[in-house]
Write a protein that binds this ligand. Sequence first.
Ligand code: NAD
Length: 454
Amino acid sequence: MNIINPATEEIITNLEEDALESIERKFKLLREGQEIWNLVPLKERISILQRFSELLKENIEQDASILTSEVGKPLQQARNEINGACGRIKWLTENAEKYLADDLMTVEKGMTEKIVYEPLGVVCNISAWNYPYLVGINVFIPALLAGNSVMYKPSEFSSLTGLQIEKLLKLAGVPDNAFQTAIGGSEIGEALLHLPFDGYFFTGSYKTGKYIYEKTAHKMVPCQLELGGKDPLYVADDVTDIKNIAAGTADGAFYNNGQSCCAVERIYVHENVYDQYVEEFIKEVKGFKLGSPTEEGTYIGPLTRKAQLDFVESQVKEAVAKGAQLATGGKRAGRKGYFFEPTVLTNVTHEMSVMREESFGPVIGIMKVKDDTEAVKLMQDSEYGLTAAVYSASKERAEKILSKINAGTGYWNCCDRVSAALPWSGRKNSGFGATLSIAGLRAFTNPKAYHLRG
Ligand code: NAD
């Protein structure tokens, strides 16, 4: 399997993909190792995973440069991702004892009732490339903490990072028979669906997630899906600091080149502040530095996948053909690599793909609305339900709007953020089940009810 640098289109290296036999061998190892890993006291598992976090930090320059070389994200954003991952590991490891310990529910009249959080067993984690550290650790850290062994399949577009993760986990003390990596593309992912795992945890597109859900349903094991989004953001007419709001929301739309599951993908602006907001927003976007991801100061690097260039380009063309106005950008950058100019479209409608289908690139549509009711109607008009954001001077107004949106996360005066303390979950085509928070720690367990008389 060739690993390509999306900024230069050069082959970085060639990796040997797993084959059916090696996957089966790894699975057998994980099956044998799971009970042994589960016998390691939780405190020790916690300190091993904290050591992993220290190793990530100690090697941050190497980790970041590997990540940038294969996914193309600007080096500083790669460092930010690794630091963010360490923050999540901190929360998960510091809260594992509290939320994975047995819960004593009742003790009365000779009857004790308690819940024991048993590991699922051997779990399979099929992962995405856009934030391989963050989306990976959302799954394999709590899974390992809870006493599961893990087969981790990084995306074929972030395999070197997957191997780096494996190397550091093993250095930290995670045994070989508790963690294995499956290297390859969709065929290797497919092979994993045929093995008797005790749970499937997927991060990726709706299309693949739906397929995996259908394929594994007959196994009667948990299947959790963290999928894409078309996340809306509404700017109400009582906002004051429009310049800062425009800057913050442009970052929410264009950070990581728009390749974030919770990137702002649609913007609705109250007519009273529309002109000013759009002007400031465009100014901000025009100031983004597009360039080599290894150059300090670059904000827009290449897209990770060549295929996405075609998709983003087709969305822009379709929107313009249907009457959208191109405020800035709109085409591939004239240089080698998978670069696309940061693009802002106005005069868009919900008849256009750019307002309906996940762009997962540096493109955003902005639409004028006359009031909150119209904003809610449009925000709700989507098959996805990951996050939604409202910018307003009033918390009550924002919460009222957010309560009407069928999404897993609501933001007031912020966007495109994830907290380890809160559940990360989608609704509708954005998936189901939660990672992070108490829910995400317990997602890798089977609660057993004990009724103990005596
Ligand atoms: P993808 O669906 O193309 O691939 C994801 C993984 O599935 C890869 O490892 C791939 O090899 C594997 N795969 C592909 N076909 C398979 C098959 N038939 N059987 C088993 N495995 C298979 O997604 P991607 O391009 O890697 O990721 C981008 C998508 O992920 C976007 O939609 C993004 O929004 C979403 N995402 C969601 C979250 C979230 O938390 N909700 C986080 C990050 C990314």
